[in-house]
Design a protein around this ligand. Structure first.
Ligand code: 13P
Length: 253
């Protein structure tokens, strides 16, 4: 069975002190995790080391960066490299979040480079894709997401793509309280898997974890994650509350 993942994306929230409290609260109870049921916490860059230290000894829990740069090192002020992440024990990185695409003009070609450099350094990229509301209203979401996959992922080899986690995050559902219905999520996840099947074959496609993101809450996680092609979620707002995020983790199948 492919990995099921509850991933938190704290975005640009919390002070260091509040982040420590949140982690402590979250870690205060065992989560029923297993080799196939993981928790990944994407915390702000200045808290990565603290978070790696805090989860040391916890099984099936990993720390992610919220972004990473496409170059190995050099004069790129303000950016964070895969080598830096690797050197402090970070094992996942979000790549291509819609907020980075929108506010920092990250395009599909840049994201292809980011995915590649992550894979070269054993960082698992959580590659985000998803359409804006006008695209959905014009029923163009399948083509749109196919384009994102083709441009950023489909140059990867079979061995490489197997290591990528994909997160479908419809932009109209992010931070809006408007969740995609479980049927809408399932339809898009099945579409993504069918594209992967066409390109890489059914065995590879079946092994790839596809997360849903966009207003996931404790109350809707089980329903959404219960869909056959939904393998967990990438959670923003609701991951800032330890109890709520625990409930989301419990929703993994
Ligand atoms: P919300 O869960 O706040 O809608 O955010 C989703 C998201 O962008 C996760 O990366």
């Amino acid at each position: 069975m492919r990995k099921q993942i509850a991933a938190a994306n704290w975005k640009m929230n919390l002070t260091y002190q509040k982040a420590e409290v949140l982690l402590k609260e979250f870690l205060s109870q065992p989560q029923n995790l297993s080799d196939n049921k993981l928790v990944v916490l994407a915390v702000p860059s200045p808290y990565l080391t603290m978070a790696v230290d805090k989860i040391a000894g916890e099984k099936h829990m990993y720390i992610a960066a919220q972004n990473v740069y496409s170059k190995k090192s050099g004069a790129y002020t303000g950016e964070v490299s895969v080598e830096m992440l690797q050197s402090i024990g970070v094992t996942y990185a979000i790549v291509g979040h819609s907020e980075c695409r929108e506010y920092f003009n990250e395009d599909n070609a840049l994201l292809a480079d980011k995915v590649k450099i992550c894979l070269e350094h054993n960082i698992v990229p959580i590659f985000c894709c998803g359409e804006a509301l006008p695209v959905r209203e014009a029923n163009g979401q399948n083509e749109y997401v196919t384009g994102q996959l083709q441009d950023s992922l489909f140059d990867l080899s079979e061995d490489q793509i197997k290591k990528v986690v994909i997160a479908y995050e419809p932009i109209w559902a992010i931070g809006t309280g408007k969740t995609a219905s479980s049927l809408q999520a399932q339809e898009m996840h099945a579409h993504i898997r069918s594209q992967l099947t066409t390109k890489y074959g059914a065995d590879v496609a079946d092994s790839i974890t596809i997360l849903y993101g966009g207003s996931v809450k404790g109350a809707n996680a089980k329903d959404i994650f219960g869909q056959p092609d939904v393998d967990g979620g990438l959670v923003g707002g609701a991951s800032l509350n330890a109890e709520e995020f625990k409930q989301i983790v419990q929703g993994l199948k």
